[in-house]
Design a protein around this ligand. Structure first.
Ligand code: FRU
Length: 433
C-alpha cells in the first residue's frame, strides 16, 4: 500500500484513536516480555546497505502485459504442497488489476483480481475477473493466494476490503475465499473458470493478537490482509499467513523491540515509533475444505520498527523455514531507514525463532538511482521472485507509473544468507521442482 492521502482514505483518519494514542506515555522500561513472539528489532533494522547481492538490475522500460489495465501484486496458482501448478500445460497467475480509466493512486479503491495464463510461462494473456464482484465480500478485493486441490478445485483466498455496497471506500480488511473450477480449452484457446462456490468469510481481526480498525493509530493504514496459503511439509498442517498489526489500544515499544543492552544505551526511540506495529499473522486450518481457520499468535512482530509487513509468505528448504515479506521506505518507524524491498527471516520450524536473513533482513532492494522501480516481490518455491513495475525513472530520467509485470529475479538462498543472481523475462514463471 502506498502512503495514504488523507482525503482519499477518510476511513483511516481515526481521529479519536490517534489523539488518545499520542497522549500515551512512551514506555521503554517494561522489564518483562509479555510474549515470546520473535521480533525484528530496531537494532536489526539500523544498518541496511545496498550491495550487489541484494540489489535488483535497473528497470527503465518494459512491455505492458495488458495495456489498458494497471497490474500490481501478482501470485502464481500453486498446488496444495506449494509447487507452481500447471493446468493442461498452462501456467496460471492471479494479480490485482484496475482499468486505466482510474488513476494510478486511485486503483486501490477499485482493485479486482484477474487471472492470467501462459503456455511458456513468459508470454501472458489476461483473462477476466476471477469471480463475480457482486457476489464477493468487500467493496473491492486486495491481495491473496491461490491453490488447486486434489479435486482440481481452485481456492482463491483474498482480502475483502471495505464493505459490500458502500459508496465511499472504507479500509476495513477481512480475509475471504471463493472456489471454482479451472479448464484449459482444447486447441490453444486459453483458460476459463466456472462453477463458482459461495464466497466465504474466513477471518476478521480479533483485537487480541491482531489490531482491529478501531484500535489502529498513526497515519499509515492498519492491516489485516494478504492471505497466503501454506501447508507445512513437516507436519501436514495447513495455514494462512497474513499481514497484521499488533493488537491493543495501548502501544508500547518494549526493550526487546529495540535491541540488546549495548545497543539500547545509545539508541533513542523517537516519539511516534509506537504507531508502527506491523506483524506477520497466522491462522490454522481446522478442516480439509479450508473453510474454517483459527487465529494463532503472530509469527513475527516489528513493534516500533515498521507498520507494514505486507504479503508474507514462507518456503521450507533444507529443513529451514524462510519467511518473506515486502515493505516500504515510508513504513519504517521514525529514526529508522530501510529501502522499498523484500525482507526475509529464517527459523528451524514454522512457528520458530525467526532471525533476519543477511543479519538485518534485507533480501532484495531497488537500485539506489531508481528506488521505487518495483514492489511486491513474491518468492516462488524454486527461488525465482515475481514483482511488478511500480514508479520508475525512464531512460530520460522522468518518473513513470508502471503497472505491469517486472522481470522475474533469481535468488539463491543458503542457510541465513541470500543473493540476487540474475533475472528472467517479465512475469516469467518457470516450473518448480
Ligand atoms: C502491496 C499491497 C497489499 C494490498 C494491496 C492493495 O502492494 O499494499 O498489501 O493487498 O497492495 O492494493
Amino acid at each position: 500500500m502506498e502512503r495514504m492521502k488523507p482525503n482519499a482514505w477518510k476511513g483511516v483518519v481515526l481521529s479519536t484513536a490517534i489523539v488518545v494514542s499520542s497522549l500515551l506515555p512512551f514506555t521503554a522500561h517494561a522489564a518483562e516480555r509479555e510474549s515470546d513472539t520473535p521480533v525484528w528489532t530496531r537494532q536489526h533494522a539500523s544498518n541496511f546497505v545496498l550491495t550487489e547481492d541484494n540489489t535488483a538490475p535497473e528497470i527503465n522500460d518494459f512491455e505492458h502485459v495488458a495495456p489498458d489495465y494497471w497490474i500490481w501484486d501478482t501470485w502464481p496458482l500453486k498446488d496444495r504442497d506449494g509447487k507452481v501448478a500447471t493446468v493442461n500445460g498452462y501456467k496460471v497467475a492471479f494479480a490485482l488489476t484496475a482499468s486505466k480509466e482510474y488513476t494510478w493512486h486511485g486503483r486501490h479503491d477499485v482493485a479486482e483480481i484477474r487471472y492470467f495464463y501462459s503456455k511458456n510461462g513468459k508470454d501472458w494473456t489476461m483473462g477476466d475477473i476471477a469471480y463475480d464482484p457482486d457476489e464477493a465480500y468487500g467493496s473491492r478485493r486486495w491481495a491473496g493466494s491461490a491453490i488447486i486441490d486434489e479435486n482440481d478445485r481452485v481456492h482463491l483466498f483474498y482480502t475483502a476490503t471495505g464493505r459490500e455496497g458502500e459508496e465511499v471506500p472504507s479500509v476495513e480488511q477481512r480475509l475471504a475465499k471463493v472456489t471454482f473450477d479451472i479448464e484449459a480449452k482444447k486447441g490453444n484457446k486459453g483458460v476459463s473458470l466456472s462453477n463458482w462456490g459461495e464466497h466465504e468469510l474466513l477471518l476478521e481481526a480479533d483485537g487480541e493478537y491482531y489490531e482491529t480498525m478501531d484500535q489502529a493509530t498513526g497515519d499509515i493504514l492498519y492491516s489485516f490482509r494478504d492471505p497466503e496459503f501454506f501447508k507445512d511439509p513437516k507436519t501436514g498442517e495447513e495455514y494462512l499467513l497474513f499481514e497484521g498489526n499488533t493488537a491493543g489500544y495501548e502501544k508500547v515499544v518494549e526493550p526487546h523491540h529495540i535491541g540488546d543492552e549495548e545497543f539500547r544505551k545509545n539508541h533513542e526511540v523517537p516519539k511516534g515509533a509506537e504507531d508502527f506495529n506491523g506483524n506477520i499473522g497466522i491462522a490454522k486450518a481446522l478442516d480439509d475444505d479450508l473453510s474454517e481457520f483459527e487465529l494463532q499468535p503472530p509469527l513475527l512482530e516489528a513493534m516500533g520498527v515498521n507498520q507494514q509487513l505486507e504479503r508474507p509468505h514462507v518456503l521450507e528448504k533444507g529443513g529451514k523455514y524462510y519467511l518473506f515479506t515486502i515493505s516500504h521506505e515510508f513504513t519504517f518507524a521514525p529514526g529508522l531507514w530501510g529501502p522499498d524491498g523484500l525482507y526475509g527471516f529464517v527459523a528451524d520450524s514454522l512457528h520458530g525463532d525467526y532471525k533476519p536473513l543477511n543479519e538485518n533482513g534485507l533480501v532484495v532492494a531497488n537500485p539506489e538511482n531508481n528506488p521505487f522501480q518495483a514492489y511486491s516481490w513474491y518468492v516462488m518455491p524454486n527461488g525465482t521472485v515475481l514483482s511488478f513495475v511500480n514508479e520508475f525513472l525512464d531512460v530520460n530520467g522522468d518518473l513513470q507509473f508502471g503497472g505491469s509485470f517486472a522481470p522475474t529475479l533469481k535468488l539463491s538462498i543458503s542457510n541465513d544468507t541470500t543473493k540476487v543472481t540474475g533475472e528472467l523475462g517479465e512475469g516469467q514463471i518457470i516450473p518448480s521442482n
